[in-house]
Ligand binder design. Structure first.
Ligand SMILES: [Zn+2]
Length: 417
């Protein structure tokens, strides 16, 4: 084997094409004709941006990119080592011919973006340079910059579901804010469509730039796993291992929790809206239910600022139960405190649901005091009724007591007694 052959076997020219940010294809607005502007070059700590947007917009874009980069490099625990070069196009007519890489032209014309990464890789070691080409609006430069950071930092961007799901998250990421703020069209689609199975998202025959709908599913899965208290601890190491091409898979990491993840994924799709907080609505799998016996009630505190919460009470279909509550809560920051009957419109009312075999019953209207017949067998969960996207500003908790109804027993205390 001569030297030339040795070099050829060891050194591979690696090339990644990371494709169009699909949501923008749907959302592209008809452009106002912009006055002719010559592309200028702008720099910040980690970025060099060539763009024909106004200097004010360019400055704002650099700030958004730096903020996003700081969030994602903290998340992955790897500082950005190389400047990320971006071509951000407002109107292609403003650009001299040849200024944009021909491989990126279709994406720009399609009102989307693409990241072209080229370099040398011999397995473990790599030296990649990524260039971002993106239209100027709707978060496309941010989405593509996530790919560029991954390509330059890890030599790869990971499998499609992870790469595109995380790039979409990067586009929406706000510091200290875990709430859902995806495009309303994306949220609306996810709520109405037949849910795509996790297996289809993770293992489907899918490719980058395929369709905005596929991007929506990838975002939903990554957002859930990154924010849900039950899964987030495993999600970051899984992502890092995928980026570092270590031998791992979604199935290896989450296989033992598959039923739990599917249950929470479907619940997320059902209740998702702007402002929804996956972290506040994580299901509590630790608390095990018990059958209620005798006249001693089971007591539990229910927080206003959370999704369904376990009571430990395993109810039996057809059996009558009585309950009482104590305390007040509010469904707005510094809002008017109300008891578990809620307001006149029913907001802030205590409601229940039964969980059995990863299925939920219809909601049960409870309130501050009363009796009800269990509609099914199952573990009773409770929450303060409020829009799913508006839990974060709720305050207070209410004590709840429940037992089998017994006409001869001393009545439970009245609310506030
Ligand atoms: Zn992408």
């Amino acid at each position: 084997m001569n030297l030339r052959q040795t070099l050829l076997t060891v050194v591979l020219i690696a090339s990644l094409l990371i494709g169009s940010c699909a949501p923008t294809m749907l959302l592209a607005q008809p452009k106002e004709t912009t006055p002719e502007k010559v592309p200028q070059t702008y720099r910040s700590r980690n970025f060099i941006v060539h763009s024909d947007v106004t200097p004010e917009k360019a400055k704002e874009l650099l700030e958004r990119l730096e903020t996003m980069l700081s969030l994602i490099s903290t998340y992955w625990g790897q500082p950005n080592r190389k400047t990320i070069e971006c071509y951000v196009v407002d109107d292609l007519k403003n650009w001299p011919s040849g200024a944009i890489d021909p491989a990126a032209l279709d994406s720009i014309l399609g009102q989307a973006g693409i990241t072209l990464a080229k370099g040398i890789s011999n397995g473990r070691q790599f030296d990649m340079n990524a260039k971002v080409y993106a239209v100027s609006d709707l978060g496309v430069p941010q989405h593509e910059a996530v790919h560029a950071y991954c390509a330059q930092t890890f030599g790869t961007t990971g499998p499609v579901w992870y790469s595109e799901g995380m790039a979409e998250m990067g586009m929406y990421w706000k510091k200290g804010d875990a709430s859902v703020n995806a495009n309303p069209i994306v949220i609306d689609y996810l709520k109405k469509a037949e849910p795509k199975s996790l297996n289809e998202i993770v293992n489907g025959e899918e490719f980058t730039g395929d369709s905005w709908q596929n991007y929506a599913w990838r975002w939903a899965l990554c957002h859930l796993l990154a924010n849900n208290a039950n899964y987030q601890k495993r999600f970051r190491p899984l992502g890092l291992a995928l980026l570092q091409k270590k031998n791992t898979s979604f199935e290896q990491v989450y296989g033992s929790m598959a039923e739990e993840i599917i249950f929470e994924y479907l619940l997320f799709l059902e209740n998702m809206e702007a402002g929804y907080r996956v972290d506040l609505c994580s299901w509590n799998w630790q608390v095990r239910p018990r059958k209620l016996r005798g006249i001693r009630p089971t007591k539990i505190d229910v927080e206003a600022k959370a999704g369904w919460q376990p009571t430990r009470a395993q109810l039996i279909e057809g059996q009558e139960y009585e309950f009482t509550t104590d305390g007040t809560w509010s469904i707005l920051e510094n809002g008017e405190p109300v008891n578990a009957d809620g307001t006149e419109t029913g907001a802030g009312k205590l409601v229940g649901i039964m969980f059995e075999d990863y299925e939920l019953s219809e909601e049960i209207e409870l309130g501050a005091l009363g009796k009800f017949t269990a509609p099914a067998n199952g573990h009773l969960f409770l929450r303060c009724r409020d829009s799913w996207g508006a839990l974060a500003d709720n305050e207070g908790e209410i004590e709840f007591q429940i037992r089998e109804f017994d006409a001869d027993a001393k009545p439970l205390p009245m609310p506030g007694e």
